[in-house]
Design a protein around this ligand. Sequence first.
Ligand code: ZN
Length: 131
Amino acid sequence: MKAVSVIWRKEFATIRQLERSCYGLLKPLGVVMGVGFLMFLMAPLVLLAVPLMVLSGILMFGVFVWMIHLQKAPRREIRCPYCDNANSVFVGVSEFDCDFCQRPIHFNEQGTPMPADGSLDDAKPTSVWES
Ligand SMILES: [Zn+2]
């Protein structure tokens, strides 16, 4: 469960990375709940199915509440220096990958977002067909 450790250690930098990690947890839980429901329909498995459905339901609710709680952390809009898309970045993050183009961005001493891989050091404008 990589998503759990990502969320637990707050290894997400942007709101989308947090949401992606949370959905990475919710999806398997939803599958477990679906399996529980199928078992519920098969009479001999009802005793197994009910706790499975209850447990996955509680866990999904917990992940959801946890996500809402973490989303409330202060954020700021950062325009990606590569692709100019707005990233909703959590305050205190010193480096992150753009949500849209996945390229690394870090902040300089003035707090300005800068390309972290040096690819824009020669001041060549990025173009849409570069990926
Ligand atoms: Zn970008």
